[in-house]
Design a protein around this ligand. Structure first.
Ligand SMILES: Cc1ncc(COP(=O)(O)O)c(C=O)c1O
Length: 363
């Protein structure tokens, strides 16, 4: 064992806890722990990857111009120089933190925020500052109350993971208007496609509205490309320029480039995924509430029923796991009595709801 020590702030960092896998399970497995698209990738993305296989001896385009153009076309972004791609949106979170916050600086987010914000703050020696939510929802006043002269980045996923709740665009504007200009407002739209195209456009317009707002997006959710590790960001010009300076060269592989461009243009696939999700999200919420598992409204592709106690939530998690269904325990997010269930295919959802009805009938 080496006696060489990492930097003190790295020693304090704990790794991100992923959704997990069902190793060695016999029979079909239902994975509903990581908010992936249950229909897989768009068939057009699969074809694009097959075509790409012949060319992988050549480095990808270092500027990723074709992919960035495809994103800009799909999302109505006029200036592609302000758009950057990344190895998963996690990489944008890390690179923004690396560029703008270090020891002595603060990174602000809310109590049930996506955990990578905390991991990234600690990993760069910055201090995480956590403000409370009301009814599982971030609020402009609470966030503004957490701002100090040391705040450098405010991360806000809207809709949020794992709560599924969101702030209104009006409140986001109020937050934007009152935030000091030295704080970057990083709006993470990982689940924005599940809300509506109109909301996606509003998020984009928020970036254009102020010089301190950025938007973080992912291909891992509705586009069904989680394993390719592809994300993108839309920034003010100076932040885009900084981002390009520290982005590792060739950070995106050629399969991700090809699949991403095809997936973002497949509007039928995206619309069908959004519709299926909205339909089943409503069914889940109604049936879970009827079972005595209070489940708040969600704007994303998951729901968080309350089992009333940590012991019962753990029991339900184990009960499902023994039957080859993996959902997410969210005790680490300060929600120990709840589980997070990703909306699956119709068959997956029926199975989960039947199993939970069986569980709640006896336990
Ligand atoms: C809110 C939010 N942001 C970012 C990510 C990271 O996504 P990826 O790195 O796969 O693009 C996730 C993944 O769960 C998420 O929920």
């Amino acid at each position: 064992m080496t006696t060489i020590r990492p930097l003190p702030h790295i020693e304090k960092t704990k790794p991100y806890v992923p959704g997990g896998k069902l190793h060695g399970a016999a029979g079909p497995v239902i994975m509903l722990a990581s908010n992936e698209n249950p229909f897989g990738p768009s068939p057009k993305a699969i074809t694009a990857m097959r075509d790409e296989a012949e060319r992988v001896h050549i480095y990808p385009d270092p500027d990723y111009g074709a992919l960035r153009k495809a994103i800009a076309d799909a999302k109505g972004i006029a200036d592609i120089s302000r758009l950057a791609v990344s190895a998963g949106s996690d990489e944008i979170i890390h690179l923004l933190t690396q560029a703008y916050a270090g020891p002595g600086d603060e990174i602000l987010f809310t109590e049930h925020a996506f955990s990578m914000y905390n991991v990234s703050a600690l990993g760069h020696g910055a201090t995480p500052v956590v403000v409370p939510e009301t009814d599982f929802t971030a609020g402009a006043n609470a966030l503004l109350g957490g701002v100090t002269e040391r705040t450098r980045i405010l991360f806000l996923a809207n809709p949020n993971n794992p709560t599924g709740t969101m702030m209104s665009v009006e409140d986001l504007k109020r937050l934007q208007d009152s935030l000091p200009p030295y704080v970057i407002l990083a709006l993470d739209g990982a689940y924005a496609e599940y809300v509506s195209e109109a909301y996606e456009a509003e998020l984009r317009d928020l970036v254009d509205r102020r010089s301190n707002t950025v938007m973080i997006r992912t291909f891992s959710k509705i586009y069904g490309l989680a394993a390719l590790r592809l994300g993108w960001g839309y920034f003010p010009a100076d932040i885009a320029e900084t981002f390009q300076r520290i982005r590792p060269p060739f950070n995106i592989n050629a399969f991700a480039v090809a699949a991403g461009a095809a997936a973002i243009a497949d509007t039928d696939f995206i619309a069908a995924s959004r519709e299926h999700n909205a339909k089943w999200r409503a069914i889940y919420i109604e049936r879970l509430n009827a079972m005595g598992l209070p489940t708040p409204a969600s704007s994303a592709n998951f729901v968080i029923p309350d089992f009333g106690s940590e012991v019962r939530a753990k029991g339900a998690h184990a009960f499902l796991k023994e039957r080859n269904v993996l959902v997410r325990a969210i005790g680490g997010y300060g929600l120990p009595t709840r589980l997070r269930i990703t909306i699956g295919t119709a068959d997956d959802n029926e199975r989960v709801l039947e199993l939970l009805a069986e569980f709640t009938a006896t336990r």
